[in-house]
Design a protein around this ligand. Structure first.
Ligand SMILES: [Zn+2]
Length: 137
């Protein structure tokens, strides 16, 4: 048995566990798959990213538009960015989005939701540990 297969073994072992447990133990910030097309950047797996983070695509787009300062549109499962970016930059932005809007500050789990408050303020509410924290931005 080689050590490389450890993850695979874990996968097999975990198959019988409920999905929720699996999410907790194995959450990883999803990695961007993108390529440049002319002066644009196509983010291929945006659908997957928003599903993994359990956030509305529009919310993530709003964040990225502000951070990257370019027009961005959703096209099916993909995102079209009106400028050239490399994957490293996009991954950094997705990571910082997660840290601000997804990951619980207390228990570091991703099982959170955003609660709308008055005057456009928002609260990050953790379904795992019950922590509540105001969100900036
Ligand atoms: Zn928590």
């Amino acid at each position: 048995m080689v050590l490389e297969n450890y993850e695979e073994l874990l996968d097999k072992g975990y198959k019988s566990l409920p999905e929720k447990v699996l999410r907790h133990e194995r959450f990883e910030i999803p990695l961007v798959e993108s390529f440049n097309q002319g002066s644009k950047t196509i983010l291929k797996n945006f659908d997957f990213i928003s599903q993994t983070l359990r956030r509305k695509p529009e919310e993530i787009v709003k964040y990225l538009t502000k951070e990257l300062a370019v027009p961005i549109s959703i096209e099916g499962q993909r995102l079209i960015l009106q400028s050239k970016f490399n994957e490293r930059i996009l991954n950094e932005k997705i990571k910082s989005y997660c840290e601000t809007f997804v990951i619980c500050k207390e228990c570091k789990k991703p099982d959170t939701k955003l609660q709308e408050l008055e005057r456009g303020r928002r609260m990050l509410v953790c379904e795992a540990c019950g922590a509540r924290a105001p969100v900036r931005g």
